[in-house]
Design a protein around this ligand. Sequence first.
Ligand code: PMP
Length: 354
Amino acid sequence: MNNWENNVRKVTPYVPGEQPKEAGIIKLNTNENPYPPSPRVRQVLEEALENDGTDRLRLYPDPTSEDLVSALAEYYKLDNDQIFVGVGSDDVIAMCFLTFFNSDKPILFPDITYSFYDVWADLFRIPYKTCPLDRDFNIVKEDYYAENGGIIFPNPNAPTGVETPLSDIEEIIARNPNSVVMVDEAYIDFGGESALPLIGKYDNLLVVQTFSKSRSMAGMRIGYAMGHKKLIKYLNDVKYSFNSYTMNRTAIALGKVAVQDEYYFNETRNKIIATRERVKKELKALGFTFPDSKSNFIFATHKEKKAEDIFKALKKAHIYVRYFKKPRIDNYLRITVGTDDEMDRLISFLKDYL
Ligand code: PMP
């Protein structure tokens, strides 16, 4: 018997939402944007194919991803050295865990939150402690005043959609000058208030965002962190010790033009916000309750029907939503906000079913 398995890094992996192969389903289970990316993205992709075909793929991409970083810097009025880019915010956050969470003290995050945080903590052998949300799924800021080796939470939180007031976030950052505090703003563009204005004031704050939701580019895998240049330098040191070429040529080129198309960005996110507010009213009328969502999903529970049953019935009808069989949230459905037409079909199914 060989025992190389004794030396394996054993982990329980994160389970992403289903990506069904069949056509014709209404996909409201992984918080993607129902609208296509900016038309500029398509145009640049077509131009690139016409001009040099695939020839440039012979060459490594720019390890600094300067075109993309500069476009982000211009959009957010920052310096390039305040921005770090990666392969989706998952890559960026994982890199941050590796770089900044190296204390013997536990890192802190909410008990109900993005279910990748505990996976990364386990992967990197980082001790962690979860802080229970209150009954209405709010973060209790005082929990984060305890000794810790770092802090991370999404704002708005996932899968609840609940926003933490910026004043509470600032207090958490100010009370933790010896820890890096990461605010995961994957869903911030759907109505939340970003902590970005605080990065000039606190050198321990990192704000992480993504192209996967509000910029309709989950398939392209682009995420970024913004913070004090010292934080970004440390992140880049770790990145260059791991893989210099995280961002491919296509991601750099398409990400750049997506950021520059502010008009389209505002148009689509406003459409999603409007649809969300309408669907909130319709779900309420059907007997659902939910914490107020500032994201592109609604975390709903029904006063009579079990979430798991609704989830199964919806799936049978080719409407996919997300259900988490986990303590405190096993009677909730996370419903991504799709197009108006998709949401009409969801509501119409629910009306019949209920
Ligand atoms: N943070 C949160 C809170 C999320 O819900 C997601 C999406 N699964 C991510 C980060 C990662 O998104 P991406 O890697 O696509 O940027």
